[in-house]
Write a protein that binds this ligand. Structure first.
Ligand code: SF4
Length: 458
């Protein structure tokens, strides 16, 4: 069996399964957020009763992250609904925006968009927060009401996005009927060149198969090249499995996985035991693709979908209006470190926004020093508008006052995010070009799509 088949077989209590089987699978964790949480809770109450309790209060994780730092009252109300539900259900893992058991978030204009406007428990973007807060473990099943839930496949678990109706059912029963997906193997060989990042790997691969090339399939990443990839790199790659239509993305378990998981589960008092899955010898793949990482170039996905691949060279210096560093995919510490390496001593020439994925990442960037300066200061000195209000921000457009949202038609934005369908970051007439944080940084300096290797120190 493949890694995904083994995980699903275990979660269904079966010795053997194959692609196409329909299984009742037990969930280890259900995650929801402010966009889908209220709908999920509505389904749960309708189907299980107004006074019903969730199937396991330690396994329901609620992370407001999408439309948080906005004066939009309907968005604020969504977070209030989550707070009420978490209190009523006594959920230990609700990462509220404000401190205290009651009290809605309100925008403080005296602080503005850049200074911190959240409480001490707030965790930031759900997919980055889940592992950081110790909710991802090898060998487990994670369901989340968000398509990029597949990011947790980096940790050798089955993680997939589900709709509100399914999530309401999981909330009440802890189970879900899943069809076992076929598995595609992506064999990674060699090692990335300086200036080329994990984002370039996944943009290259989606370009190979198209934005629907893995529809309802598991994307299994394997091969000697995996050993060179950090957990942040693996998260970037697994995150974008859905951008090729995938059901889930999955990596093998190794020492790096163990080190990350053991540190994070201890930090937050979550379950520390786990049982990874290992690949069988007789795995059956529906398709196999091998890529030599050392041959990859800085890569861009052009408007209007993540499969529109071009190398930076092929972009011919396309002129840009804006650059954006952030999201679950491109707003991790290592993403900002790579961007800062390109931006150090340089100055951006177009509007450039920086939104870390979590408050912990803000803290790391503000406390890690390169000589006299912190990484945060390097970015700010280069002209990046860095906000301490970690979250999804403009990755999903959001209300009109969202930080970094594209509000003018026709703007061309290069972005470290993961999706570029029309209107994704705001105005429907804008164009979003997906790239690595290093390429976004180089392009912000040049005002056109640019190769980060031209700006890296020797
Ligand atoms: S950062 Fe973007 S892709 Fe990630 S969860 Fe938020 S809206 Fe979705």
């Amino acid at each position: 069996m493949t890694l995904t088949e083994k995980l699903l077989a275990r979660a269904a209590g079966k010795a053997q399964v194959q692609a196409g089987d329909n299984l009742w699978v037990s969930a280890d964790v259900l995650m929801t957020h402010d966009i889908c949480g209220p709908g999920t809770i509505g389904v749960f109450r309708r189907e299980f009763g107004a006074t019903a309790k969730v199937w396991d209060r330690r396994r329901v994780v609620i992370i407001p992250d999408h439309y948080i730092f906005t004066a939009d009252s309907k968005s604020n109300r969504n977070v209030d609904l989550l707070r009420e539900f978490a209190r009523e259900q006594e959920l230990p893992y609700f990462y509220d925006v404000v401190d205290g058991a009651s009290g809605a978030w309100k925008f403080d204009p005296s602080k503005g968009l850049l200074a911190r406007q959240h409480g001490s428990r707030y965790a930031g973007v759900c997919h980055a927060a889940l592992p950081a807060k110790g909710h991802t473990r090898p060998g487990e099943v994670l369901f989340g009401t968000d398509s990029h839930t597949c990011m947790a496949g980096a940790f050798n678990e089955f993680a997939t996005g589900i709709g509100n109706t399914d999530a309401g059912f999981v909330m009440g029963t802890g189970k879900l009927l899943i069809k076992v997906p076929e598995t595609m193997l992506f064999r990674l060989e060699g090692r990335l060149q300086p200036g080329v990042m994990a984002k370039d790997i996944i943009l290259h691969l989606i370009g190979e198969i198209g934005f629907d090339g893995a529809t309802y399939r598991a994307l299994q990443f394997d091969g000697p090249g995996v050993a060179w990839l950090s957990m942040d790199d693996r998260m970037t790659i697994a995150n974008m499995a859905i951008e090729a239509g995938g059901k889930n993305g999955i990596f093998p378990f190794d020492g790096r996985t163990a080190e990350y998981i053991e540190a994070r589960t201890k930090l937050n008092g979550t379950k520390q035991t786990y049982e990874p899955v290992e690949a069988d010898r007789d795995q059956k793949f529906v398709q196999e693709i091998t890529v030599d990482l050392s041959n990859l170039e800085p890569t861009v996905a052009c408007h209007p979908d993540p499969g529109q691949r071009k190398t930076v060279k092929e972009m011919g210096g396309l002129k840009l209006d804006r650059a954006y560093l952030g999201s679950c995919t491109g707003g991790k510490t290592s993403d900002f470190v790579e961007a800062a390496r390109v931006l150090q001593g340089q100055r951006v020439t177009i509007d450039t926004f920086g939104v870390p994925a979590t408050p912990d990442i803000v803290h790391e960037l503000q406390t890690t020093r390169w000589g006299e300066e912190t990484i945060w200061e390097v970015l700010v000195a280069a002209g990046v508008r860095m906000t301490e209000n970690a979250g999804c921000a403009a990755c999903l457009g959001g209300p009109v006052d969202t930080f970094g949202r594209i509000n003018q038609p026709g703007l061309k934005c290069i972005s470290a995010t993961n999706r570029n369908f029309p209107g994704r970051m705001g105005d429907k007439e804008s164009r979003v070009y997906l790239a690595s944080p290093a390429t976004v940084a180089a392009s912000a300096i040049a005002g056109q799509v640019a190769d980060p290797r031209e700006y890296l120190p020797n």
